[in-house]
Write a protein that binds this ligand. Structure first.
Ligand SMILES: [Zn+2]
Length: 309
């Protein structure tokens, strides 16, 4: 789709830009968002938790206990033992920690950088004590695995598909070049510098995309499933059946616009999302955005349908 047409369809520039950069692309081109209309890279652009909220409602933004780790980084406790991490660097992106046993944590995706990943793990250790951590990457974009180098230094096993490792190798530098173009404005200097030197490190434990992956921790099962091509051709979801929790990642759109589709399979994406209805879940974590409700399935399909009309 031509950039112009694509921009005409955009109603909310801020979420668009967040989704754009967070999810990367493989087609270098002009910066899609003029610097003057780029989002201010602070959490002011995100609806903040309402501190007066006393009745948590599953899936509703602002209804969860929130912990600020740093200016860019916060965590929401969305269920007992489940923490959604949001790193705004500068675009907010989500990763997640699940306490699967008293000795094990599963980390799904990572914050954008090794430093933020270190800070999150330090926070978790302070909260929960020392744990064995197992990490899972849901795709090859840097908002899925930017923290891998830190995890691997710490001896943490990182699971990902063989296709994710292959795409990172083949297309990673194209995505870096495009991201640096988006971050040319002076106010983005620190983000630009970080993205220039961000190590792109593949997962260490590879699985076949079509076979998926099942991990057992005590009595708890964690399922990694590939529903078909979507936002990127390698995006997988991670399901925690005992918790009715699904990490949908970047194939689930948490904002009000589709964002960058240049790395997407628009024909297959809606059906891939429909494939997720086989899972029973109350909480659905998108790659970007504060909403965590299952209606995001319908929301994503509707946005994709409108986008293609
Ligand atoms: Zn993304």
């Amino acid at each position: 789709m031509a950039l112009k047409t694509w921009l005409q369809r955009v109603t909310l520039l801020i979420p668009l830009a967040m989704t754009l950069a967070g999810c990367g692309s493989t087609q270098p081109g002009p910066a899609p968002i003029p610097a003057s209309s780029s989002p201010t890279p602070t959490q002011d652009t995100v609806p903040l938790a309402n501190e007066d909220e006393t009745t948590p409602v599953a899936g509703e933004p602002g209804s969860y206990e929130r912990f600020d780790i740093s200016e860019d980084l916060h965590v929401r406790k969305v269920q007992e033992g489940v923490f959604v991490i949001t790193h705004a660097f500068p675009w907010p992106g989500n990763s997640m920690i699940v306490e699967v046993t008293p000795s094990d944590l599963v980390l799904v995706d990572t914050p954008y950088t090794p430093e933020a990943t270190r800070d999150v793990l330090a926070w978790v250790e302070a909260q929960l004590g020392e744990r064995d951590i197992t990490a899972i990457n849901t795709g090859y974009h840097y908002d899925n695995l930017g923290g891998n180098s830190y995890l691997i230094e710490q001896g943490i096993p990182v699971y990902g598909s063989a296709l994710t490792a292959e795409l990172l190798e083949e297309r990673g530098e194209e995505i870096r070049a495009m991201t640096l173009e988006w971050l040319q404005a002076p106010q983005y200097q620190r983000y630009r510098e970080a993205h220039e030197s961000l190590p792109y490190v593949a997962p260490t434990h590879l699985f076949d995309l079509d076979e998926g992956l099942q991990l057992e921790f005590g009595d708890e099962t964690v399922q990694v499933y590939y529903p078909g091509p979507s936002h990127a051709v390698d995006n997988v979801v991670v399901y925690f059946p005992d918790r009715k929790l699904l990490f949908g990642g970047c194939m689930i759109i948490g904002w009000d616009s589709v964002g960058n589709t240049s790395d997407a399979d628009l024909d297959a994406w809606p059906d891939s999302v429909r494939n997720l209805s086989q899972f029973d879940f109350d909480l659905l974590v998108p790659g970007h955005g504060d909403r965590l409700d299952p209606v995001l399935i319908e929301h994503t399909i509707n946005l994709l349908t409108e986008f293609r009309e």
